[in-house]
Unconditional design. Structure first.
Length: 624
């Protein structure tokens, strides 16, 4: 796991080597073990390395092919490199290292851009073909590894994190008003848009090409961005449950085995839930000794899962370490703001930060159960939305309008008001509100930012739902999750928290072959009348006692409500009292003040809205 950066200048100019190095140093936390910079003609590449496979200096990057005509900087892991290497050697390619990275340069020589279809792993890499004068950048199918890019007067700049791009003096810091609006509504920026106007995220399943040679304008043309992969459900309802479980069992077992290849200490996160318990069960099957597992819990019993994790660890015989932490959200908030570069308000970043910190004290690589809820329909919102969609046929359009009108008369954030608001929608609007698009957050925006945000149907989520035409309602919800919520929030959180602590996290449930099995599973077979994630839960029950698994989904969320009435209250009060803050150029300070008063009085739970305000305030304080 590493950090990559690059700078391509117009033809005839040469990138400043030291500036490329400073850009790489900005993401040193992603790769503290080694560094490298390569400059050729108008192309500069930089790398920070976290050594995982082939820890020798021979595998340091940038890494080249035999005649140094192809060079790559790589962030991620290629899990099937041991399968690809013999094939490439048989074709005449000579390897100089044992690293997975080297299959990229030889794979490019053999297959060109189509190489990405043969890669089984998580990746964001930049490869330069010296002879063709072409830069090729690709990001993995589901977005486990990040990549950002921008065009400037000085050329083309890219990197693993936005902070690397901002190190370049030619990269501007003007905010995108629509991105601010999307952050406030969802708790994160969405899709290729970032908080900074002109800085783009390369979307999952996309590649980018840039020709670096002379062109008619004398500058650089492009880049060209293309999609090479998309999650396409193709349900096969005729297949019975036993066949599904057998195929999923084989595929997931292999995915876990491949992710246990490492030359450094390896372990796993274990919460005691279905996903992490299943992953650890497979690890125990393949590990030569006891699997090392890690969990963190809070000192508030309602939010503590360590008891469940210990029960699974005892059953599977792992070497388990559970840390009970007393999170100081006020103290670590500046660090959380700094590690994300953009405002990011998923409160589960707090326990994720702590579990990554504690795990890194013992191992360098950890497997996790991320992706199980999205692929196998594990969220409560799946069950609730399916129920509401079924009931929608009983409610007339006039009834839905009445419910929506009554909800507008009720207190923002009230339980009844939210409930009436939800039952007034169908289809996309129903699930979009379940994901967070709500007037509750929309009203926090300054009027001009609210106007820039536009309607809820003009979003990447809406595009994902529309592309699912012909699928069932639940399958379309799943596509929305996998194209928006998973890459924009869950995987961002895991990547930034883990790499901040120089910890590599691997996600077997997001293996491409596991996803291929999931595409064929009808979503309705995974969500019942009273529970969800039915098939994965039944598979896990083969390895873990049902009494451990059969409990309500708890989630990895801290007690934000009580914190904002306790230790975080002074910070929230300070924020809304600071009239000079640049945050209020984008948010409505009066509305934030009203929310704070209502929350402190106990009338409503406004914790999510207040947390988003507080995070943006601290982010603006640092960056604007």
């Amino acid at each position: 796991m590493c950090g990559i950066v690059g700078w391509v200048t117009p033809p005839g100019r040469r990138p400043d080597r030291e500036l490329v190095r400073r850009m790489a140093d900005a993401v040193r936390h992603r790769g503290p073990d080694a560094d490298g910079v390569w400059v050729h003609a108008n192309v500069g590449l930089g790398h920070r390395r976290l050594t995982i496979i082939d820890t020798s200096s021979a595998a340091d990057q940038p890494l080249f092919n035999e005649d140094r005509s192809v060079v790559v900087v790589f962030n991620g892991e290629i899990y099937n490199f041991q399968e690809l290497r013999p094939e490439l050697e048989a074709a005449g390619h000579r390897f100089a290292t044992r690293s997975d990275t080297e299959v990229l340069v030889h794979g490019w020589e053999e297959w060109g851009p189509e190489m990405v279809h043969r890669l089984r792993g998580m990746f964001a890499f930049a490869l330069y073909d010296v002879r063709a004068e072409r830069l090729f950048i690709a990001r993995d199918r589901i977005g486990k590894k990040p990549l950002f890019w921008t065009r400037t007067s000085g050329g083309f700049v890219f990197g693993s994190e936005i902070k690397a791009l901002l190190t370049h003096p030619g990269v501007g810091r003007e905010l995108d008003p629509r991105a601010v609006g999307e952050y406030t509504v969802y708790g994160n920026t969405v899709g290729e848009r970032t908080i900074y106007r002109g800085i783009h995220a390369l979307l999952p399943g996309h590649w980018l090409t840039l020709d670096t040679g002379p062109c008619e304008t004398g500058g650089l043309e492009g880049p060209t961005v293309e999609r090479y992969w998309r999650y396409r459900p193709a349900p096969e309802p005729e297949i019975d449950e036993r066949e599904w479980l057998e195929e999923l069992d084989r595929t997931l077992d292999e995915a876990v085995r491949l992710r246990m290849i490492s030359d450094v200490p390896l372990g796993a996160f274990l919460s005691g839930g279905v996903d992490s318990s299943l992953i650890v069960a497979y690890m125990a099957r393949h590990a030569p000794g006891r699997v090392r597992t890690f969990s963190v819990g809070f000192d508030e019993a309602r939010w503590d899962e360590t008891e469940h994790a210990r029960a699974v660890a005892a059953h599977l015989g792992t070497d388990h370490q559970a840390e009970i932490v007393t999170p100081d959200a006020a103290a670590i908030l500046p660090e959380l703001v700094a590690l994300h570069d953009e405002p990011f308000a998923d409160p589960s970043i707090i326990p994720t930060y702590y579990v990554c910190r504690e795990t890194r004290k013992h191992v360098t690589v950890a497997l996790s159960g991320d992706g199980g809820d999205e692929l196998f329909m594990g969220y409560t919102r799946h069950l609730e939305s399916a129920t509401l969609e079924r009931l929608a046929g009983w409610i007339t359009p006039a009834g839905r309008l009445l419910a929506r009108g009554v909800s507008r008369l009720m207190a923002l954030d009230s339980f009844v008001g939210r409930g009436l608001d939800r039952v007034s929608y169908r289809g996309f609007d129903l699930y979009h509100h379940a994901l967070g698009f709500s007037r509750v957050y929309d009203t926090l925006l300054a009027p001009e930012i609210r106007a820039a945000l536009g309607p809820g149907r003009a979003t990447p989520a809406a595009e994902a739902f529309r592309r699912g035409a012909g699928l069932s309602f639940l399958q379309r919800c799943q596509v929305m999750d996998l194209e928006t919520y998973l890459p924009d929030q869950i995987l961002v959180k895991v990547d930034r928290a883990s790499m901040h602590h120089s910890l590599e996290v691997r996600c077997p449930l997001l293996d491409q072959e596991v996803m291929a099995v999931a595409t064929r599973m009808p979503a309705e077979r995974q969500v019942g009348r009273r529970n969800q994630k039915i098939l994965l839960r039944r598979l896990a029950s083969r390895y873990v006692p049902r009494e451990v698994l059969d409990r309500p989904k708890q989630g990895f969320t801290p007690p934000l409500r009580s914190w904002l009435r306790g230790p975080l209250a002074p910070l929230a009060e300070e924020a809304v009292a600071d009239a000079a803050s640049p945050a209020w150029d984008f948010l409505d300070r009066g509305e934030a003040r009203r929310r704070l008063w209502a929350h402190r009085s106990g009338r409503v739970d406004a914790s999510t809205a207040l947390w988003r305000v507080l995070v943006f305030y601290r982010w603006a304080e640092r960056n604007l």
